[in-house]
Write a protein of this length. Sequence first.
Length: 121
Amino acid sequence: MKNDTCEVTCIDEKKVKRGKNELLLQNPLEVAKVFKALSDDTRIKIAYALSLEDELCVCDVANIVGATTATTSHHLRLLKNLGLANYRKEGKLVYYSLDDDHVKQLIQVAFAHQKEVIKIV
């Protein structure tokens, strides 16, 4: 049986202090909200679809992910409220896009990583 925990306590004070100081400068709760939002399979599909195009109308997103426009709008609104997506209205249509390249990269890296994990298994 493989033991994946330390058998003795050994603390590197410099590394611990540096890690604690860095965490104090960040906002882990807000970062966790981003990952929580993306942990829903419909929202990650929506985010991935948006990462492939500059923008998509709600109807297109709904068709891509196989959901109703009402469900899709709900998920898009949540992504917008968390700062992951933007929208603009043009006449009777609403177009969504990812907020910035950081969000796009986050989505694309997650999908690339998943492809690597599947190859390993």
